[in-house]
Design a protein. Structure first.
Length: 478
């Protein structure tokens, strides 16, 4: 149990999770097929609570009639350059959202502040003192013309439209004060009887096993766009399998209305996380607890200014947990993982539904371990150049963007197949990132400007020593 509960390298992402095994090719390639293409044993209709069962034997691969030419590819993206965020976002920018009406209609970016909750009197410090009043922060920045520079410090800097301010009303601290990240946010236009547009926020309870034990927990809240009247915290889905807080909160984004209506029962907000621990200490195969690979859970945005209860959610993507078979400390076998070469260090921090015309993908930005699941409990030493902290180490590491077929995901959401059989159809390693040789810092948020076809990704970890400065890279969809 010690190996299961420990978590190391929290700030730098150097040991955030681990399985791995053979590593991953340096080319942009599709992951290998795991050979498990079973139809959902619960039938064609979406199951209320998908179970732990194996897919039936001898099932045919799913066929939804989707044309592979619809799949967005890395070659469809043109790099436009990058810009710096103000130093107020150092150690932050895990969350990113495009706000189309911002900056007097030019469009702006909403960005989460320091990655932990903090008291305004103690900026840059996690909320370790019980006497402090701690909050989640975000700021709004104008989008400058991006540039390409060899030195990130020569990039243009974004200016504040709205300085860093709180937007959770202290709600996030009711889940935990210290062991969580302010992980993402999403602008949502007013709905139903609401009097104003909303800003949704999400948290990643990074030490859930030690803080909550087997219990699940809420990860979502919303506030008015002017930061007032925060409501929550909300649990994504009912408190039952497969819904669990360990599967939620690291990223948060919207999908187009047509896609929500066709596949998700009108649910247009999506959250997810990769946290590969089972509900209990050892489980040969289970869907309880976390997911050994990234997840996607869709939920309805709320229609009133005040709300209670669980969010109306639907599972779209998650992977089974085999522990210690897949990703067990120093013993895991990648052949037992649903997600190819999964490691406990994998950390997905940004997501977006990206489309232009007839090409589209759900894209996730993250930090991927390429080695094994080394756990440095004596006498084992992992010799990780990124961190000597106690916990999992999966060096070497790289930043990845993974692309999912939206129709394959939709088939899972409709209950026509098990969610864990869907894999990314390609992996992209953007060469434009400044830290490209075994980076020791995770990535940040991702956002898409649908009207102008602009894709934004945050790169963290820049600067000397512990600066952890942030840069926003920009691509356009051609």
């Amino acid at each position: 149990m010690v190996a299961l509960l420990a978590w190391a390298g929290v700030m730098g992402g150097c040991a955030p999770g681990g399985a791995g095994g053979g590593g991953v090719s340096a080319d942009d390639t599709a992951p290998p097929d795991d050979g498990d293409n079973g139809e959902n044993e619960n039938g064609a209709e979406p199951p209320d609570t998908p179970g732990d069962g194996e897919p039936p034997d001898n099932a045919e691969p799913p066929s939804d009639g989707a044309d592979s030419t619809e799949r967005l590819q890395p070659a469809d993206l043109t790099y436009e350059g990058a810009f710096r965020l103000p130093e107020d976002f150092n150690w932050g920018a895990l969350g990113l959202s495009f706000y189309p009406d911002g900056d007097e209609g030019a469009g702006s970016l909403l960005v989460t502040g320091f990655e932990s909750l903090y008291d305004p009197a103690h900026p840059g410090e996690a909320c370790w003192d019980p006497a402090w009043d701690c909050y989640a922060f975000f700021g709004e920045v104008a989008i400058p013309t991006p540039a390409e520079e060899a030195n990130w410090e020569d990039l243009p800097q974004a200016n504040f439209v709205t300085p860093l301010t709180t937007f959770d009303g202290g709600l996030a601290s009711t889940v935990h004060r210290e062991y969580l990240f302010v992980s993402d946010l999403e602008y949502v236009p007013r709905r139903g009887s609401q009097a104003s547009d909303k800003l949704y926020g999400s948290i990643n309870l990074w030490y859930a096993e030690g803080v909550a034990g087997e219990d699940t927990f809420p990860t979502i809240w919303f506030a008015n766009l002017d930061r007032t009247d925060a409501q929550g915290m909300f649990h994504v889905g009912p408190e039952d399998t497969p819904y669990h807080g360990r599967k939620m909160g690291s990223y948060l984004f919207s999908v187009p209305e047509w896609y929500a209506d066709e596949y998700l029962g009108g649910r247009a907000l999506v959250t997810g996380r990769a946290r590969g621990t089972p509900l209990e200490g050892i489980e040969p195969v289970t869907t309880d607890g976390g997911s050994q690979g990234p997840t996607l859970f869709a939920f309805h945005a709320l229609d009133s200014d005040t709300a209670t209860g669980d969010l109306d959610a639907l599972p779209v993507l998650y992977y089974r947990v085999a522990f210690p078979g897949c990703a067990g400390p120093n013993v895991g076998d990648p052949d037992e993982c649903d997600y190819p070469d999964y490691t406990m260090c994998d950390d997905w921090t940004g997501g977006a539904f990206v489309e232009d015309g007839d090409r589209r993908a759900i894209m996730l930005l993250g930090y991927k371990g390429l080695g094994g699941n080394c756990y440095d409990e004596p006498p084992v030493e992992c010799h990780d150049p990124c961190s000597d902290s106690h916990g999992y180490h999966c060096q070497p590491y790289e930043r990845q963007v993974i692309f999912y077929d939206v129709h394959e995901l939709g088939r899972s959401a409709l209950g026509r197949q098990n969610p864990w059989i869907v894999l990314p159809y390609t992996i992209w390693r953007p060469a434009e990132f400044y830290l490209d040789d075994n980076p020791c810092w995770n990535a940040g948020g991702m956002a898409f400007d649908e009207e102008n076809g602009r894709l934004f990704m945050v790169e963290r970890g820049l600067g000397v020593s512990e600066t952890n400065a942030t840069v926003v890279h920009v691509w356009t969809v051609q």
